[in-house]
Design a protein around this ligand. Structure first.
Ligand SMILES: Cc1cc2nc3c(=O)[nH]c(=O)nc-3n(C[C@H](O)[C@H](O)[C@H](O)COP(=O)(O)O)c2cc1C
Length: 199
């Protein structure tokens, strides 16, 4: 598919066929992710690939526990929390492949002041986001479906512990992946003319 069509036709896919994804395809996605631009070409992205049911279950359960305690502290009704926790859990355990995208600050520049350190970190977050978008587009090109989930951002300590990740890996997002069971929700976009100024 040409790049513009690929960009336009990619949708978040949240349901997957019962068909495994070959490791070679996962490698292609990861390589595509690493061709994203990054600030100073520092490539702050890191990826954890999860394919075993046991690891998916553990990750979903432990993240679910954190979601429960956070939402309970907010004072949300138990039924609403349970519904959301179960929905999130089901999404994670039923996806053939999970990729957790992380940020490592290890190669970032350090400044004497907090303002520039914070901007440096923003650039790293932007860079990881660009790598995730590359991965989503590559998945679409290869006939796979994927969905970006923000859940790990709320519990990077839990994710690091369950997956035995290095200390400097900060989970940013979780990508569910597999062959699409549906075409995804139809989504519109605000017309770019309404959100653009030319000077
Ligand atoms: C930073 C970010 C976080 C997201 N988190 C979630 C999520 O937790 N759960 C989910 O189902 N979709 C999530 N999405 C996917 C968006 O809902 C989706 O991209 C948006 O609705 C537009 O739909 P489309 O991707 O099909 O065009 C996330 C997307 C981004 C960029």
């Amino acid at each position: 598919m040409n790049a513009l069509n690929l960009i336009r036709t990619r949708r978040s896919i949240r349901g997957y066929a019962d068909q495994p994804v070959l490791p070679d395809l996962i490698d292609q996605l990861l390589e595509a992710a690493t061709w994203a631009p990054s600030s100073h070409n520092r490539q702050p992205w890191r990826f954890a690939v999860i394919t075993t049911q046991d690891a998916k279950d553990q990750l979903a359960d432990r993240m679910g526990e954190r979601l429960w305690s956070d939402r309970a502290r907010d004072g949300d009704p138990a039924e609403a929390i349970e519904r959301d926790v179960n929905r999130s859990r089901e999404r994670i355990i039923s996806a053939p492949v999970i990729i957790v995208a992380c940020l490592s600050p290890i190669d970032l520049d350090h400044y004497p002041d907090e303002r520039r350190n914070s901007l440096e970190r923003t650039m790293a977050v932007q860079s990881v986001g660009a790598s995730i978008q590359n991965l989503l587009l590559a998945a679409h090109e290869l006939g796979l479906g994927a969905c970006w989930m923000c859940a790990p951002l709320f519990c990077p300590d839990v994710v690091r512990q369950v997956l035995h990740l290095p200390d400097d890996w900060e989970a940013q997002a979780l990508i569910t992946l597999g062959y699409p069971a549906n075409v995804g929700k139809s989504r519109s976009r605000v017309d770019f003319r309404e959100i653009t100024v030319w000077r």
